[in-house]
Design a protein. Sequence first.
Length: 223
Amino acid sequence: MPVRYRLVGPDLASVRFAVSPLNELILSLRSWRDPGRFPIHLPWIRRLQQARDALDTEMLLALIDERLWTPDFLTPQPRSPLTRIEDELATIAATPPNVVRRDLRLLYRADERIPPPLREPGALSRVVTALAGYWDRCFAAHWPRMRALLEGDVTHRGREIAQHGLATMFAGLSERVTMTGDTVEVRLHSNVHYTRPTLGGLTLVPTMWTPAVAAPTPPTSLR
């Protein structure tokens, strides 16, 4: 179903890119559920198998469902083009309890389906600790190379905008993304659908863990 973003007035000039270490950390959990969907990452996944034994795997696996979806509070909109993992984890830690509950209910569709680790008192603190451990043991050493790849993609997209315009850049992201007039449409393989003005621009977050495109629910950015 389609998701549409209307770029109103000055928002047409406020399409921006941001590289998010937290976004990559969270989306990489998809490979825990279904490593076969990420063949290019299999050598990395195998190398890190032993490190995973020292992690809070119960909590980390609770953060992703069978559809490979994660609650949106785990991927807040990046505040700058190059965010730091420490700042992004602090943002998660400061998430209001009602937002956490809302996003978990949206993901799991019923309170009783929320995994037990996420229903415990102090669950948010445990989430942050689990993610920090995952980052330190499995991501930190590899992040400079990952970041360089993502920054290269941002440079390429910026060049497309400069040479051919926004519509061409959006079309190059995926066959499921189009821009007509002032509206960007993303066709998703889900029942998520909405139309909204961007209200301050649109943030595009490149990732190595999504084969096409994804959009948040409720909407805050396009990633």
